[in-house]
Design a protein around this ligand. Structure first.
Ligand SMILES: Nc1nc2c(c(=O)[nH]1)N[C@H]1C(S)=C(S)[C@@H](COP(=O)(O)OP(=O)(O)OC[C@H]3O[C@@H](n4cnc5c(=O)[nH]c(N)nc54)[C@H](O)[C@@H]3O)O[C@H]1N2
Ligand SMILES: Nc1nc2c(c(=O)[nH]1)N[C@H]1C(S)=C(S)[C@@H](COP(=O)(O)OP(=O)(O)OC[C@H]3O[C@@H](n4cnc5c(=O)[nH]c(N)nc54)[C@H](O)[C@@H]3O)O[C@H]1N2
Ligand SMILES: [Mo]
Length: 762
């Protein structure tokens, strides 16, 4: 068996697996030691310590890892987690990818390297240009890069041939300028990572509660009688959420975890900032573990509704009458469901479902949290609306300890949306832009991520510009997406680190290196700060203080302003030059366009933060006709055909999306290997697959087949018929047309696959 098959999209290479038992608790001393090893190893003691001391502190910088909020008042000296520390280490590394690096390595050569290797090369230091037909990137001056972009954009037949992607790390200031530039240029083609992430949450919540965001605060977590965590792995992806869950438990609340995997962080948490936690003493977090089969959540939630309806005393009649509509239809539809249908779809017994429902019935308040395990499914919107139904029936909105909590991914993904990074912003927003900047904004909806890929594939999209992210690796259907990008005349990546999107390019390509969040942003004159909005709608400033990785780097706002000036000239009379130097001016413009940002500059002065208005929290549903809505969807769950499995593509403990920090997945007991597929032991026996046997994964969709070769099969505690493997290695399997209803989010958590012994490399 060959160990290595170079593939420019995802080099398939086994790295030497070591397996141990999965862990039953998260954090503790290992989390601290791993944090320090990453930070000091990459950034050095001085730069590393300086960075960590400023992380998530008032007057410091916002952690680039996740969107979990910081405590409102008392903030621990070390308000960060192991994976936040890894993100900072990755950004503050001393290694550099400079013009000599690009002269030494051809694109072809770099394409054969793993994502882990690419990430490990360090920070981009210089704007780089790939000429048509060239084998290597060469340095380019900033002004020449902007001129090249402007020339390309002006040469298109229509502005709708250009696509402007955003990843959720961009600050409010950068995002606002970017959408303004793009709309003045003439298109709404503003896809973002949210299209692949929490779009289903927005699509479910907007029409039912009048806001596409969560409704809870951290205080609510502390006060809640019950917290349900569905489709989320907080021990790895939102570690600071564990201390909020711990506080809830200590205050007498109950926690129910719904997940096909018994993730360590859901089971127990040893707080690394408490002596007992450091010594390894964990708080047991989960009172009931519901080991649902992949995509069984909607059925499980309907089961909960059915039990609650049997308990009229717990139904909040007053709330329902005053604030909602559609309850009777919901009641009838739910009562008429057969238990057999529910339990066979979710794989959970009626007794277990009753046990969860009892927790809701016994408590006075409950919070439902969810992430990608719910959003990346065909019926994601329906599933999330089932949560809304439950919360409305229980009167769990607009009161302490209760509410809805889609746990966001990227640290400013929610803020980017608020700023207008959205392919279909409402007319009210476009009207305000029209008035302020005296132009007629494009009114037609733009492309979301999936539509953008299809448009480029069909050669209707010709220019691709990305404000952050790693589009090729994050996208579904890697081979299809690669063809799409390669069809472009120009691809532009604004990035901090080297990634695959710099290697799979259009005819010409630019890499524009930007400052990271930990670095001082001093664009001539005074050092500037930026702002973010976290998962709970709190807007807060962030200011880096480290010396930038290179003096050629520019802040994202300056890069956007540079592209805009070169392309638009005086159109819109936007003071780009002034904004570039003084971000307070950008905030003044935000204040004029976006509701909730009154006195923006004053309110974030001195490191202060503020909550954005949240109508649902106030029980104001005037945006949707005055009442929150119950909805009825048919019972559904994706089921795999005979001898097939449903595959969920998930994150390991050592990665940030497509950024691979290491080859371990400590909590799941996997060391030094990413090409693994977690399988149920019975399924393995039935399929004749041995432990650690190399296998190929083939996905099946409408008669089409896609193959991801060479994974090691691992027996794991996972429901029958369910399988798991890491993203982005498995993105080749996600069909471009397999998307969620309404939100069009790729169904990355339920791919129908077969497993076969690995074929030798050809
Ligand atoms: N360290 C680190 N932090 C991160 C990220 C990272 O990559 N690394 N990514 C950031 C981003 S952008 C995001 S969106 C979030 C992602 O945070 P998560 O959503 O926690 O990330 P995933 O690894 O995709 O995990 C999905 C979880 O859902 C479960 N799951 C899968 N399918 C189903 C299902 O059908 N039903 C149920 N009930 N559960 C299911 C999986 O077993 C897994 O535990 O984290 C953010 N924070
Ligand atoms: N199969 C499968 N696919 C998925 C998912 C899944 O669960 N399964 N999850 C989806 C989700 S939830 C998301 S959010 C997307 C993520 O999609 P993206 O947001 O596009 O991807 P990231 O991996 O987060 O982007 C990493 C790159 O961002 C750049 N970067 C880092 N910091 C900065 C910065 O401060 N500024 C700029 N300009 N660039 C920076 C670096 O160059 C780095 O290489 O992937 C999606 N794809
Ligand atoms: Mo995400």
């Amino acid at each position: 068996m060959s160990k290595k098959r170079p593939n420019p999209l995802t080099p398939e290479e086994l790295t030497g697996i070591k397996v141990s038992s999965p862990k039953k608790q998260a954090a503790g001393f290992p989390a601290v030691s791993h944090s320090l090893r990453h930070v000091f190893g990459q950034s050095g003691i001085v730069r590393g310590t300086k960075a960590l001391l400023k992380l998530n502190q008032k007057n410091g910088f916002d952690c680039p890892s996740c969107a979990w909020p910081d405590p409102d008042d008392e903030r621990a000296f070390t308000e960060f987690c192991e994976n936040g520390a890894k993100a900072v280490a990755a950004e503050t590394t001393r290694s550099k990818v400079d013009p000599e690096f690009f002269a030494k390595h051809t694109i072809g050569e770099l394409s054969g390297k793993s994502d882990y290797w690419l990430e490990g090369q360090g920070r981009l230091t210089h704007p780089m240009y790939l000429k048509k037909g060239a084998a290597n990137y060469e340095p380019i001056e900033w002004e020449d890069a902007f001129a090249l972009i402007a020339k390309n954009l002006k040469s298109l037949d229509s502005p709708d041939q250009a696509i402007f992607y955003t990843s959720g790390r961009a600050s409010n200031e950068a995002a606002f300028l970017y959408q303004l530039f793009v709309r003045l240029y003439g298109t709404n083609n503003l896809p973002d990572c949210s299209n692949m992430c929490h779009e289903s949450s927005g699509s479910a919540l907007g029409p039912t509660i009048g806001i596409g965001k969560g409704t809870v605060t951290l205080e609510d977590f502390y006060e809640s009688d019950a917290i349900f965590v569905l489709g989320q792995n907080p021990g790895t992806n939102h570690p600071r959420m564990l201390s909020a869950l711990q506080t809830c438990k200590r205050n007498g609340g109950k926690i129910v975890s719904v997940n096909p995997l018994k993730e360590a962080g859901l089971l127990g948490f040893a707080h690394p900032q408490e002596i007992s936690g450091l010594m390894g003493k964990a708080t047991e977090l989960t009172d009931q573990f519901v080991q649902v089969r992949i995509n069984g959540d909607q059925a499980y939630l309907k089961g909960l509704g059915k039990v609650i309806l049997e308990n009229p005393d717990r139904i909040d009649r007053r709330f329902i009458e005053e604030h909602t509509e559609g309850f009777e239809e919901y009641r009838k539809a739910t009562e008429s469901l057969e238990w057999d249908a529910i339990t066979s779809l979710c794989g959970i017994t009626e007794e277990e479902i009753r046990k969860s429902a009892e927790i809701l019935i016994a408590g006075k308040s409950a919070i439902f949290c969810w992430a990608m395990g719910l959003t990346q499914h065909e019926n994601a919107v329906a599933t999330i609306q089932e949560i809304v139904n439950l919360q409305l029936m229980l009167g769990n909105l607009g009161k302490t300890g209760a509410g809805l909590c889609p746990v966001r991914g990227h640290s400013n993904v929610q803020g980017d949306r608020t700023m207008g990074i959205y392919e279909k912003m409402p007319d009210s927003f476009l009207d305000r832009l029209a008035e302020e900047y005296e132009f007629e904004p494009p009114r037609e909806d733009g492309f979301d991520t999936v539509d953008a890929i299809k448009a480029m594939h069909a050669e209707k999209g010709k220019t691709f510009i990305a404000l952050g992210g790693n589009f090729i690796s994050a996208s579904p259907d890697t081979n299809y997406a690669a063809k799409a990008l390669q069809n472009c005349s120009l691809t532009v990546q604004i990035s901090t680190k080297l990634n695959r999107s710099h290697l799979i390019t259009g005819e010409e390509a630019l890499v524009l290196p930007c400052l990271g969040r930990s670095e001082k942003d001093q664009p001539k004159g005074e050092a500037q700060f930026i702002t973010m909005e976290n998962s709970m709608g709190i807007v807060h400033p962030s200011q880096g203080s480290l010396t930038p990785a290179s003096d050629k780097l520019r802040g994202e706002p300056a890069i956007v302003a540079g592209m805009a000036q070169a392309t638009l000239g005086k159109k819109g009379k936007v003071p780009w030059k002034e904004m570039e130097k003084e971000y307070g001016i950008i905030r003044d413009h935000i204040e004029k366009i976006i509701p909730g940002f009154e006195n923006f500059n004053q309110r974030v002065a001195g490191g202060e933060e503020f909550y954005l208005p949240n109508n649902a929290r106030e029980l104001d549903f005037s945006e949707i006709g005055g009442k929150a809505k119950f909805t009825v969807h048919g019972l559904s769950a994706k089921e795999a055909g005979e001898k097939r499995l449903l595959l969920m593509t998930i994150r390991s403990h050592d990665q940030y999306n497509t950024t691979i920090y290491g080859l371990d997945d400590r909590y799941r007991g996997v060391k030094n290997e990413r090409r693994v597929v977690f399988l149920n032991e019975e399924d393995m026996r039935e399929l004749g697959i041995e432990k650690e046997q190399p296998v190929d994964l083939t996905s099946h969709f409408r008669g089409e087949k896609r193959v991801a070769p060479l994974f090691l099969a691992l027996p794991y505690d996972i429901p029958r018929g369910s399988a798991a493997a890491y993203f982005p290695e498995t993105n080749v399997l996600v069909p471009i047309d397999s998307t969620a209803e309404i939100s069009q989010t790729p169904t990355s958590k339920a791919i129908e696959i077969t497993i076969s012994p690995a074929q030798p490399a050809s």
